[in-house]
Ligand binder design. Structure first.
Ligand SMILES: NC(=O)c1ccc[n+]([C@@H]2O[C@H](COP(=O)([O-])OP(=O)(O)OC[C@H]3O[C@@H](n4cnc5c(N)ncnc54)[C@H](O)[C@@H]3O)[C@@H](O)[C@H]2O)c1
Length: 386
């Protein structure tokens, strides 16, 4: 099978930039794909970050410290951009206007206004394919639950819950970084950082919250700055959002939570759906397990927990008995993005696309309303009209 090679540039060579490099280096893990990313150019404001790529990624031919030079590089067809949130709007707009396809990181703009700037650039340049990074739905257990929703297996939805919980900020001695400052992470705090992950599947299912009541917490008021001083920790640590979902034929509560301080949770993403005909749960805490409770009137109510096979959206060399993990979800997400670039939305080898700019925009509507709810103490309606 001949393969289309897609020339990639990476802007932002930190934690997530390296994760992409790792996924691209492990492309042989995938079976039956006719596309492949090749990272040819990288850019970071910090020379040590690009140096890592020079040493570790043989395909990298050019390194830059100004992203505009990378955008002028004719070998770059598409860009992965993983920089702090306050830089998203300007850099994403410039990428789109340069005619490069983009996988951007969440939250896709530091606030609603920044997100609107990105969407305006996209409207003016409809030829570029732009998607937002969100890998957890690519876990086989999450994929299974998404399929059950699409097949209408849950009956009437009673309630749904999605969350993303971290625990490392429980340690008050953890030094501050850009994710704890409003100037770089934005006023959304933990919602901007973690919320797109939590909203991706609900929005994909068409579950648009019509209102939100938010409870936002700041738990650790200050942190060491790394040079002996204590500085204010400005962003929201935890958020609990009680949403009301109204679809054409259903109305139900959707609980969303994003937590930087959830004791005992390293990186727990989960979704739980209760319905009159089926209930189901998946959590990355037990990445192999999917629990479900099918119900028929008068029948037994018994949870079944099975080890979900390693059955990913894109086939791999890994046997079905082995565990699926974070790096696998990143690889699968990258396969979906490259598949869409190579074959178009209608020609993809499997139908689950990466999160769309429209879904990212939906997440901004929810976070913006949540901030208003926190300020006023009110339940805030969310307007989904254009
Ligand atoms: N999808 C996920 O699971 C996931 C996980 C973590 C972070 N993220 C997202 O990825 C993005 C980056 O987060 P990270 O954890 O990789 O951060 P990071 O701090 O590890 O890396 C950011 C990099 O951007 C570089 N940078 C800053 N300004 C720049 C500029 N003007 N030009 C070029 N490079 C610049 C920094 O030097 C740094 O190397 C954020 O949007 C974050 O929300 C996503």
């Amino acid at each position: 099978m001949s393969r289309r090679t897609i020339g990639f540039g990476v802007i932002g060579c930190g934690l997530m930039g390296k994760e992409f490099a790792s996924a691209a280096a492990r492309w042989l893990h995938l079976e039956g794909v006719d596309f492949e990313p090749r990272i040819v150019a990288v850019c970071d404001a910090n020379p040590a970050a690009t140096e890592w790529f020079r040493r570790q990624v043989p395909s990298v031919e050019r390194t830059y410290d100004d992203y505009r030079e990378l955008l002028a590089d004719s070998g770059v067809d598409a860009v992965y951009c993983a920089v702090p949130h306050h830089l998203h709007a300007q850099i994403y707009v410039d990428i789109i206007e340069a005619g490069k396809h983009l996988l951007g990181e969440k939250p896709f703009g530091v606030d609603a206004e920044a997100n609107a700037r990105i969407n305006a650039a996209l409207e003016a340049n409809p030829g570029v394919i732009v998607r937002c990074s969100s890998e957890f739905p690519f876990y086989p257990g999450a994929h299974q639950i998404a399929q059950w929703v699409q097949e209408g297996k849950f009956g009437r939805i009673i309630e749904a819950e999605a969350g993303f919980w971290h625990s490392s900020d429980l340690d008050p001695n953890k030094p501050i970084n850009w994710k704890r400052r409003v100037a770089t992470n934005g006023e959304y705090g933990c919602m901007g950082d973690l919320g797109m992950h939590v909203l991706h599947l609900p929005l994909r299912f068409g579950w648009k919250p019509s209102s939100v009541r938010a409870l936002l917490s700041k738990i650790v008021p200050e942190r060491p700055d790394g040079s002996g001083a204590m500085v204010p920790c400005e962003t929201w640590d935890n958020a609990i959002l009680a949403c009301d979902v109204r679809t054409a034929d259903q109305q139900f509560p959707l609980m969303l939570s994003t937590k930087r301080i959830a004791p005992g949770h390293a990186n727990t993403w989960f979704i739980r759906i209760q319905g009159t005909a089926l209930s189901a749960e998946f959590s990355t805490k037990n990445p192999k397990q999917v629990s479900s409770l099918p119900y028929a009137p008068g029948g037994q109510q018994a949870w079944h927990t099975v080890d979900a096979p390693y059955k990913s959206a894109y086939a791999t060399i890994t046997g079905g008995i082995f565990e699926f993990g974070f790096s696998d979800s990143i690889l699968q997400m990258w396969a979906a993005f490259c598949d869409e670039l190579a074959n178009g939305a209608d020609g993809m080898r499997q139908p689950f696309r990466c999160a769309t700019p429209e879904e990212a925009r939906g997440s901004h509507r929810v976070f913006t309303a949540a901030l208003e709810s926190e300020r006023t103490g009110a339940t805030v309606p969310i307007d989904w009209r254009e």
